[in-house]
Ligand binder design. Structure first.
Ligand code: ADP
Ligand code: TRP
Length: 321
């Protein structure tokens, strides 16, 4: 079974990325043929500083390796290193209705945050469909917010297959139903772009500052608290097993819980949880050559798989003459 997913190198990775998708994606390498890539072409829709994009791409490479991605088992590459992504995107544009893209929540949200939304933002789901269909992925592990993008990819694949016969596998999204969207320190969805994230790889004073500023309600120490509406609880539970979560819930439901103390505990939990990954990441920090070699080797493997699909597409569409 082929499993594929990607992440944008648009900033530092945060715990929402980790629990929302990276953890489950890395888990797939034990039981499937995993394709994992850094989507730098998509990042062009939001990043216009070349040096930053290049640096973030290397950083994402180190981060994935530190978090346990094994390049011996997994095909791991940078999207822009395989030109077939763009070629297939153009072909797929011709099987994508305007209405389908106009209904995209992500486009509407992003467009609302910019003065003049550009075409890259509009076409974003088509490039994402190409990413997935190029490799005939069966399963795509993503966070909840990407569900509609997966539906769009299936829709485009279906339209193309209807015209030319079956070329593309229809991909399934793998979204952990247990996992709600991870909130940021302000209670909105945690996102690199909302300045509300708790980064995975950060120094302890910064971590402390972020965690201490998680917003909570104004209930007093002697009040009973509501875990289900509490932002701090939603983040804390990510680091607990079922038993730990039950205990924390009980503490919320009895008078006496202090938000400040609970936040201090959380700082230690987060710090300890990522300690082994942090150590590995420090190892990779001085080994850019190694990281580049891994990505170049991955691009070679990815390209070999992509060209099988592109040959079929060229043949069916008549691009091959
Ligand atoms: P960001 O919103 O920070 O830019 P991305 O859009 O690059 O994050 O998301 C990368 C992956 O991480 C996606 O699969 C997305 O669904 C997941 N993800 C991002 N933020 C969260 C979150 N707050 N909770 C759960 N999953 C998330
Ligand atoms: N749009 C995805 C996100 O923001 C990233 C992405 C691009 C992706 N291409 C993909 C995810 C293909 C899965 C499969 O998170």
């Amino acid at each position: 079974m082929r499993v594929l997913s990607g992440i944008q190198p648009s900033g530092r990775l945060h715990i929402g990325n980790y629990f929302g998708m990276m953890k489950s994606m890395i888990g797939w390498q034990e039981k499937s043929d995993l394709f994992c890539f850094i989507v730098n072409l998509h990042a062009l829709t939001s990043l216009t500083d070349g040096k930053t994009l290049a640096a973030n791409t290397m950083e994402a490479g180190r981060d994935f390796l530190a978090l346990g991605l094994d390049p011996e088992r997994t095909t791991f590459w940078v999207q822009g290193d395989v030109p077939e992504h763009c070629e297939l995107t153009w072909v797929l544009h011709n099987h994508t209705s305007m209405g389908l893209l106009e209904r995209s929540h992500s486009f509407k949200d992003k467009a609302a945050r910019r003065e003049t939304p550009h075409h890259g933002l509009f076409s974003y789901p088509v490039l994402m469909a190409a990413d997935i269909l190029l490799y005939q992925a069966d399963v795509v592990p993503v966070g909840k917010d990407q569900k509609q993008h997966l539906e769009i990819a299936r829709d485009i694949a279906g339209s193309f297959n209807n015209v030319y016969g079956k070329v593309f596998t229809l991909p399934e999204a793998a979204i952990d139903p247990q996992l709600a969207t991870v909130p940021g320190i302000d209670g909105q969805k945690m996102s690199k772009s909302y300045n509300n994230a708790i980064d995975i790889f950060t120094d302890k004073p910064t971590l402390k500052k972020r965690v201490m500023s998680i917003t909570t309600d104004a209930r007093a120490v002697e009040d009973v608290k509501d875990p289900d509406s509490c932002n701090l609880f939603a983040i804390y539970r990510l680091f607990l097993d079922d038993e730990g979560e039950r205990e924390l819930r009980e503490r919320y439901l009895k008078p006496g819980l202090k938000y400040g103390e609970t936040k201090k505990e959380l700082v230690e939990m987060v710090w300890d949880f990522f300690a082994p990954f942090r150590e590995k990441r420090e190892e990779f920090a001085g080994r850019d050559g190694y990281v580049r070699d891994v990505l170049a080797e991955g691009a070679k493997k990815a390209r070999a798989a992509a060209s099988v699909t592109m040959d079929a597409v060229r043949e069916k569409t008549g691009l091959k003459y």
